[in-house]
Design a protein. Sequence first.
Length: 388
Amino acid sequence: MTTLSPETLSALELQGIELPSWAFGNSGTRFRVWSTAGTPRDVFEKVADAAKVNEFTALAPSVALHIPWDKTDDYAALRGYAEGLGVKLGTINSNTFQDEDYKFGALTHHDDRIRRKAIDHHLECIDIMDATGSRDLKIWLAEGSNYPGQMDMRARQDRLADSLQQIYARLGDDQRLVLEYKFFEPSFYHTDVPDWGTSYAQVAALGEKALVCLDTGHHAPGTNIEFIVMQLLRLGKLGSFDFNSRFYADDDLIVGAADPFQLFRILVEVVRGGGLNNPDVAFMLDQCHNVEDKIPGQIRSVLNVQEMTARALLLDRDALDAAQAANDVLGAQAVFMDAFSTDVRPALAEWRRSRGLPADPMAAYAASGYQQHIAATRTGGTQAGWGA
Ligand code: LRH
Ligand code: MN
Ligand code: MN
């Protein structure tokens, strides 16, 4: 059995992956939203389910919220409830993609009234962050156009810069803004923040408290995502990850399910860039579980991240450096693949057991009876937010 060094284990012990509240709601595609027995009926129940993932894995100490999906009258009470269950409230995600007013844009809109409304929504999100104790405001914009000539792309960049400036000015000293990019969808010709370069240019103009969010599902097929991770870490501008995996578009499938090797390569750059347990990077999931049970889906996801992190930590840097310096192409590739090909699961199971955690969190959750309990007691669960 492969053994993991004390340094590797202490790095892994600190690993924390933030869960998205919406992963616990029902979801689907534009064709059908499927319901799953036991789906949470409010944000308190979403937090309770997220806390279960942490209970079985010790890997998920915080939960991200989406506003308005997770609106509640009393955020201090929600915070106390979460902390009572051993988790914190994390990133606050704004939402300007479900309001009729935003059909042609929000923070980029040419109509001042609509742009003001979108800015105010973000200021409200920062008020919520004050109450929840959250550090990060995550902004993803569903803005763009479908046809060449439909919109003035340049004027929209200028308005975006101005809108972000107004939001940035409201941040507290310990709060940050992360700007997420995505190259398509819901618009299909141009998107106002399509790539890391645009996000970087916008956040660099704001200041130190503004950073880039990298969602692994938001790139064109074939993109070398680990290169972007490396570059943003190098520039000190990687604020957060939205982890998920995809076969075709923004599929939001379980991280590491479609392409474990890509996840490994990303985590190698995270380790290389000092990013594992780097307090400046929020490691989040952004996933939906359309057809599988949500809590075990999230347990599987955080375990996948842990497993690939352990493999990334096994990479023999000295051997790799030597092979690279000697232009030993096949030698370097062999060192890299040795780490990726190592089965760390028995060692991780043993380590979990030694820390009083279940060796097999999936099996322990299945045996716990929680899924049956929520299925029996919760009726009328809501979907993640889409089409609600
Ligand atoms: C957009 C996105 C963004 C949203 C989330 C629900 O595709 O990745 O992060 O907030 O999905
Ligand atoms: Mn995302
Ligand atoms: Mn997405």
